[in-house]
Design a protein around this ligand. Structure first.
Ligand code: MN
Length: 426
């Protein structure tokens, strides 16, 4: 299937007509409130314009002339499918000519992607992050507890997670201040307070939840899968020195609370349907509430790169695949709701760091530098163990279809110095 918009037909382009990811954009943030759009080739299709033109009536009033996707997301899977079918029809070559045959409407509704300012795609209700790659958990566990005790005893029975902060989830392009916190070096008797020295990234995929559940109501993995609207790239920035001192016994807190970056485009789950793949068979049988009939993972190539402030190019530091995961997002969501915890439209579930078995597949610097013991060399000749000020970390991802790519765009951000400390006595 091809689009009449030529730029959408490049075999290696991220946004063909088979993708149609949703985002929030503005033509000029000083003049226009951001609205909902769909990426197609080099253009953004302004959904608010189509809605105003009366081409798409989603029922109860406008849902696209809004600076977030939640209004559309909460309409549910039937509305998602209906709109996707309609957009495919008006954007494919040989389909409905409501847009292709109307130059005036095209002029109003299509805007160059390169000239747009992108915003947070949805209001994040709550953010939960998991620890669901066995390769990552094994590497990290081995570094901290030795190979014998690498995986905690519960790991093969449930997707382990923690409740993160929605307040610090930001869109790609936002700078993140190096966090301050309590740090206790191994050879120190007592902790000190200061800027984290071991700031890291985590390469993750974020599942965006569209359908809410009732408090008290568990869901099956099949129901959970239907509740997922789409996926974004997610960088769960982490301060390893703060984490090492604070994490026992309740898990990460300030080490992860200072920032999480997501890509601006939400790739619809529907665009990935044909690229589903099975997780490896579990090492131990899972309890029935976590069993999955449908293959729960996707074949998505994921990359991370680092670019120091004055470097002319970025160095790729990780290339892995989402099919390396042990637990799927549907299993994570079913586990999250299993106690009766209500899930809301706009909940964001981080997959957990995605790592593969090879050293080139390590989705964090904690793994790559072996907890800081083994510096690695960038293409520029510089060395790194963790992230330095003004280093840029960029995540990219794409799923290869038959002659097209479902691209995620990118999720990028820099670590910048901390803000000045307050006067602690006043
Ligand atoms: Mn994480």
């Amino acid at each position: 299937m091809q689009s009449w918009i030529d730029s959408a037909n490049r075999a290696d382009g991220p946004f063909p007509v088979q993708n149609l990811p949703y985002g929030i954009f503005s033509r000029d943030p000083a003049l226009q409130e951001p609205v909902c759009g769909v990426a197609i080739g080099d253009m953004i299709l302004d959904l608010a314009v189509l809605e105003q033109a009366g081409l798409m009536d989603m029922g109860n009033g406008p849902v696209f002339d809004l600076p977030f996707l939640n209004g559309f997301m909460e309409l549910g899977p039937e509305a998602w499918t209906g709109l996707r079918q309609y957009l495919t029809e008006i954007l494919r070559k040989g389909g409905d000519d409501a847009l292709s045959g109307n130059p005036e409407l095209q002029k109003a509704a299509l805007f160059p992607l390169a000239d747009a300012t992108m915003f947070m795609p949805f209001l994040v209700a709550e953010f939960t992050d998991f620890y669901a790659s066995k390769h990552h958990a094994t590497h990290v566990g081995t570094l901290f507890r030795g190979a014998e005790n690498a995986l905690p005893p519960n790991w093969l029975h449930m997707p382990i997670g923690y409740n993160g902060r929605a307040s610090s989830v930001v869109v790609s392009g936002s700078d993140i201040h190096r966090p301050m916190g309590q740090i206790k070096p191994d050879d120190a008797e007592t902790p000190h307070f200061g800027p984290a020295q071991r700031v890291d990234f985590e390469l993750e995929l974020g599942a965006v939840i569209g359908v809410a559940t009732e408090m008290g109501q568990p869901v099956s993995t099949a129901q959970a899968d239907k509740m997922i609207f789409g996926y974004v790239l997610l960088n769960d920035w982490s301060a390893r020195d703060i984490q090492a001192w604070e994490y026992q016994p309740l898990g990460p807190f300030q080490a992860k609370a200072f920032g999480t970056s997501i890509s601006p485009w939400v790739v619809p789950k529907a665009a990935l349907e044909r690229l589903r793949c099975k997780a490896v068979a579990p090492d131990k049988p899972l309890l029935p509430y976590l069993s999955e009939q449908k293959p729960g993972l996707y074949d998505i190539t994921l990359e991370a790169s680092i670019q120091p402030e004055n470097a002319t190019r970025a160095t790729t530091i990780c290339r892995t695949n989402y099919n390396r995961m042990y637990y799927s997002s549907a299993q994570q969501l079913a586990h999250h709701a299993s106690s009766g915890c209500p899930m809301n439209c706009g909940d964001l579930l981080g997959s957990g760091t995605i790592s593969g078995p090879e050293t080139s597949e390590y989705g964090s610097l904690l793994e790559k530098s072996e907890a800081g013991q083994k510096p690695f060399i960038l293409d520029t000749g510089e060395t790194r163990t963790f992230i330095e000020d003004y280093d840029r970390i960029t995540l990219t991802g794409w799923a290869q279809g038959d002659g097209y790519r479902i691209g995620f765009g990118e999720c990028t951000g820099r670590i910048i110095p901390p803000l000045p400390e307050p006067d602690w006595k006043n």
